[in-house]
Design a protein around this ligand. Structure first.
Ligand SMILES: Nc1ncnc2c1ncn2[C@@H]1O[C@H](COP(=O)(O)OP(=O)(O)OP(=O)(O)O)[C@@H](O)[C@H]1O
Length: 306
């Protein structure tokens, strides 16, 4: 996927097909594309602006076992960044550091900074719940509340963040998030059924919808398709490609085809024998797969190890 600029505002799907001119600021200047963009903004007025994440010199420990060593990575606003690398090199730990979940593990240690739009999410003046609301997470195994209705599952995060809504606001939010999660058409007539009654792929899309309901600016996904069949995987991938217009995405995946299909940028993590994980190389996905700079990246992306 390529995008024409680094603006923090999302481009309307298809807008660039109608234009041939960008200003210095990156704005589309053809009238047709501007009209499309106006329509898009009109339909998405409630969207928070996109945010980039900057991890700087991140080191991490479990007790005295160091698992990451001075990892720095910029995850650009409105892009999908894929974290790839062999098992145990610290990808999931890095992901959990990006929304302050690492600190939940007893004995976990951390050094470095994580900046969300330039503001450190670990700053003592910031609330932990604020960081978690702005940086949502979808896990490997779908984890809806199984006995709770589909409708209430989508809204579950609102209680945690203390947001109050009227009934009609809730109805609208549930519909909006299920549409964005790619699940609405399948469940619109059974919103009161339990979340646990859905298939694995549907449950994962319900979890995505639940994450979206608190309007995160970044969505972290830890191997979201690894428990799913190929068809459900493709549906989630399509969902990710649509979501990235409004939420920055960072995804851990072991599936190299998936990384190529959905990500704009890739970072290759490695932990060599007994040493903490680090980033060997990162860059645009196309270049990482076609012309990697490091032979270890080449070996990994071509399946020669890992
Ligand atoms: N809760 C924990 N307590 C102690 N050590 C842990 C914990 N979680 C992870 N580790 C260790 O941290 C290192 C990095 O693990 P992590 O899960 O981040 O790697 P990964 O690259 O995501 O692996 P995988 O691809 O298999 O999920 C490993 O050595 C792992 O054993």
């Amino acid at each position: 996927m390529s995008r024409a600029n680094d603006n923090t505002m999302p481009m309307p799907p298809g807008a660039l097909e109608h234009t041939d001119t960008l200003t210095d600021a990156g704005w589309v200047t053809s009238s047709e594309a501007l009209a499309a963009y106006d329509d898009y903004l009109g339909a998405h007025r409630h969207l928070p602006s996109l945010a980039g994440l900057d991890a700087r010199d991140i080191s991490a420990w479990f007790g005295d076992h160091q698992v990451l060593d001075r990892v720095s990575l910029s995850m650009k606003a409105g892009r999908v960044t894929a974290l790839i690398g062999p098992s145990g090199c610290g990808k999931s730990t890095f992901l959990r550091i990006l929304n302050r979940m690492h600190e939940l593990v007893p004995g976990a240690g951390l050094a470095g900074e994580v900046l969300l739009d330039g503001v450190d999410i670990y700053d003592a003046a910031r609330r932990l719940t604020d960081a978690r609301r702005q940086v949502g997470m979808v896990f490997q195994k779908p984890n809806p509340f199984p006995a709770m209705s589909i409708y209430d599952n989508v809204l579950a995060g609102l209680k945690l963040t203390g947001q109050r809504k009227t009934r009609s606001e809730k109805d609208a939010l549930v519909e909006e998030c299920l549409i964005k999660g790619g699940l609405w058409r399948e469940v619109r007539d059974r919103l009161r059924q339990p979340g646990g009654a859905l298939s694995g792929g549907q449950q994962q899309r319900l979890c995505i919808a639940r994450s979206l309901a608190v309007r995160p600016r970044v969505l972290l996904m830890d191997e979201p398709c690894s428990a799913l069949d190929p068809t459900s995987t493709r549906v989630i991938e399509e969902t990710i490609k649509e979501l990235v217009a409004e939420v920055t995405i960072v995804i851990v995946t072991h599936n190299m085809q998936q990384a190529q299909r959905i990500s704009d940028h890739c970072a290759f993590f490695l932990a060599e024998q007994g040493t903490p994980g680090y980033i060997v190389e990162h860059g645009p996905t196309e270049a990482m797969f076609s012309t990697p700079q490091d032979p270890r990246t080449s070996d990994y992306v071509h399946g020669r190890f890992g």
